[in-house]
Design a protein around this ligand. Sequence first.
Ligand SMILES: [Zn+2]
Length: 210
Amino acid sequence: MIPAREALERLREGNLRFVSDARNPDLLTGHTRRNELAAGGQEPFAIILGCSDSRVPAEIVFDQGLGDLFVIRVAGNIVAASQVGSVEFAAARYGTRLVVVLGHSQCGAIQATLEELQQTADHQSRNLRSIVDRVRPSVEALLATELRHDPEALVRQAVRANIRVSTNHLRHGSEILEQLIEGNGLLVVGAEYSLETGLVEFFDGPPGAG
Ligand SMILES: [Zn+2]
C-alpha cells in the first residue's frame, strides 16, 4: 500500500487533471480492469468521506478509476457510527493509509442546518433531522458572530467548520483509527471542493503525520 503522503499527491494530481479538463486517457474503468479487480480483490489507495451532492462525485473530481477509492457518501459528510465503521473497515482490511473528509461549497445540508437554526426551515422529518443534528454543533457558534449578517460568508465558514469537526471525529472517535494513526501512518485530512472552480483544497494534516 502506498504511504499517505503519496496517496495525497495522487489525489492532488488527479484533481488538477479534472480542473484542466485533461483527464487521464489510460484511466482504468474498462472491462479488463473490472475482471482484474473481481479476480484479485481491491486495494483502494484512499478512503473518501464525501457529501452525497450530485455535483461532487469523488472518482470524477479526483480523476480515478475502478478500485482506486473507497468512497462513503452521506449528505453533509457527517460522521455517525456507520461512517466511522466504514472507515475502520477499509483502513483495517485493505491497509489504506489516507482518509479524506471532502466537503464542498454551497452544501445543501449545511444550508438546511443554518436555516433550521435561524428558524426559517420547514418542519423536517426525523430522519433528515438526524443529519441536521450532526451538523448543528459545528456551525451553531458561528451564528453568535458577525457572520450572521453575511449569509454567503456564513455558509462558507460553516462548511469549513463542519469538515473540521468531521475530521476530528474520525481522528479521535475510534480506537482502531487512533491506533492506525499512532502506529501505522494513517493520515486523516479535511478538504473542500469548490463547485465554482472544480479545485479541491486540502487542509493541513496534524503535524508530523504520515
Ligand atoms: Zn453537500
